[in-house]
Design a protein around this ligand. Structure first.
Ligand SMILES: [Cu+2]
Length: 178
């Protein structure tokens, strides 16, 4: 090859390399932007609330004596608003799957969650609800279920041999008649 052919080849090679570099710089910038937007979105939408809104403190040895945790778990507080009380203990949620929590779609629901023994993770699958159930602390989070259906509560904080059996059930019915 003469030196001019080599130069022409190198010139084309460098042009192609530059195109690739520009493309990958562009892809990297887009990825950083997407991750940044996703992080802001999740913070704004309170994903992964870890009992930061706790405002009720109970004797860690006797949380079950709190009156609200004695009933069926659901208390209507307004025309379209409900409170739900869930207690975690090794290894079940109360109320559990045997007594599903029944709520209408579109209702404003506030979950109050505590633990009777060790740390548990209160997660409702298919939603952004994720609270740590802490003995002696009642955490709360509000949520509105838009779609009717069955939702399961799981424990996402390993709590011992029967951890995977900690399941609760929420049945969301059609919207309440106005
Ligand atoms: Cu667990």
């Amino acid at each position: 090859m003469s030196s001019t052919t080599t130069d022409a080849f190198e010139h084309r090679f460098h042009q192609a390399a530059q195109r690739h570099e520009r493309a990958w710089v562009f892809i990297s910038v887009v990825m950083i932007a997407v991750l940044f937007i996703a992080a802001v979105y999740l913070v704004v939408h309170d994903y992964g609330v870890v009992a930061k809104t706790a405002h009720i403190y109970a004797d860690p040895n006797t949380p079950a004596t709190l009156a609200d945790f004695q009933g069926s778990g659901v208390k209507q507080t307004g025309p379209n608003s409900y409170n739900v009380y869930e207690m975690g203990r090794i290894w079940s949620w109360t109320p559990g799957t045997g007594t599903p929590l029944t709520l209408p779609a579109g209702a404003h629901v506030t979950f109050y969650v505590t633990s009777g023994d060790v740390l548990h993770g209160f997660e409702i699958q298919g939603t952004s609800i994720n609270l740590t159930a802490i003995p002696g602390v009642v955490g709360h989070v509000s949520y509105t279920f838009d779609k009717p259906g069955t939702y399961y509560i799981i424990c996402n904080e390993y709590c011992g041999a029967g951890h995977q059996a900690m399941i609760g059930k929420i049945v969301i019915t059609g919207r309440a008649q106005a």
